[in-house]
Design a binder for this molecule. Structure first.
Ligand code: SF4
Length: 320
């Protein structure tokens, strides 16, 4: 459904070129949910925006349903927008305050449904699908709660029946109690509409219950990608282990991590990415080799990839 090939997003700064996304390869199959996790500043939102062509990649390709969207002129992107939609973190900023709920949800349908009565019928069905009372049809975004606004944004996204939705921190602006409701709604809608999700979150705990696979990003690169169960039961990369330890809930499966990996310090600036393994400044296993050479993303098991010298399939000791 979605292929991201060697994608790079850079931006110029007075100090030089900064790499927000630095050579990402990723595939999302039909109906699959892939979670992209990492701390703020890891490049995951830049990746999401580049997939949507809201940011222009500096290299690489994004292929949606077999069509290379990176080489398409913007005017030819519109039909493809039906196939891929996005839900943003802040629904207040993504919804036009001058439109009512009915108009906001109906707007993506104007291309395919010209008759207003038929369109409104479909809008009411979409409102029902996302759990919005019909009484809100004529309300404006400022008259809604945060949870209701995000439901409007989700209804807009599913209206054209896309193949895939990019969800960029879709619940992080909501209260914890509302987060669970919206996550459950997304799970139900995925089954009903048979869509794939690319789910971006700084919190691995948020994506853990719905992702088929999880990709962990650090400073513009994927450092581990694996099926959900493998990530939860035997995370290979020290950064993944640290993210899992930060989830504030008890999960007996995580007891398999022998020692706690506590994350200290901040993500370094993308303007001065550390040499070798970019995580070495925060990794308690770092060696000279880690400081010298970039660990390639290599297979561990049948479906997992990890970029760490500790799990490299090399006869050389990782501590040389
Ligand atoms: Fe840590 Fe070295 Fe692995 Fe990087 S390559 S995560 S520094 S052990």
């Amino acid at each position: 459904m979605l292929q991201v090939q060697n994608l790079q997003v850079t931006y110029p700064t007075p100090q030089g070129k900064a790499y927000a996304v630095n050579g990402i390869n990723l595939e999302v199959a039909a109906g699959e949910t892939v979670g992209i996790v990492g701390e703020s500043g890891c490049g995951k939102s830049s990746l999401a925006r580049a997939v949507m062509r809201l940011l222009e990649p500096s290299a690489g390709r994004v292929v949606i349903g077999g069509v290379d969207v990176t080489s398409l002129p913007k005017r030819k992107l519109r039909p493809l927008r039906q196939r891929i939609q996005m839900v943003f973190q802040d629904p207040a900023a993504s919804l036009d305050p001058r439109f009512t709920v009915g108009q906001l949800i109906g707007e993506p349908l104007t291309l395919t449904e010209k008759h207003r009565a038929t369109r409104n019928k479909r809008v009411l069905a979409l409102m029902d699908d996302v759990g919005l009372p019909v009484a809100l049809f004529d309300r404006f975004p400022h008259q809604l709660s945060g949870g209701q606004r995000q439901r409007v944004a989700i209804a807009r996204a599913i209206a054209p029946r896309p193949d895939i939705i990019v969800l960029d921190e879709p619940v992080s602006a909501l209260d914890v109690s509302l987060q669970a409701q919206v996550l459950n709604l997304l799970v139900d809608l995925q089954q009903q509409y048979r869509m794939a999700y690319l789910f971006v979150s700084h919190d691995i705990g948020v994506v853990q219950h719905m992702a088929d696979r999880i990709a962990v990003m650090y400073l513009g690169r994927i450092v581990e990608i694996a099926p959900y169960a493998d990530i939860m039961e035997s995370p290979q990369h020290p950064y993944t282990q640290a993210l899992l330890q930060a989830i504030p809930v008890m999960d007996p499966r995580r007891s398999r991590i022998a020692d706690k990996q506590i994350l200290t310090g901040d993500v370094p600036s993308p303007l001065s990415i550390p040499s070798g393994c970019a995580f070495h400044t925060r990794c308690r296993f770092a060696t000279d080799r880690c400081r010298r050479s970039v660990p390639p993303l290599h297979s561990v098991g049948s479906d997992s990839l990890v970029a760490c010298h500790l799990s490299a399939p090399s006869t050389e000791s990782p501590f040389n």
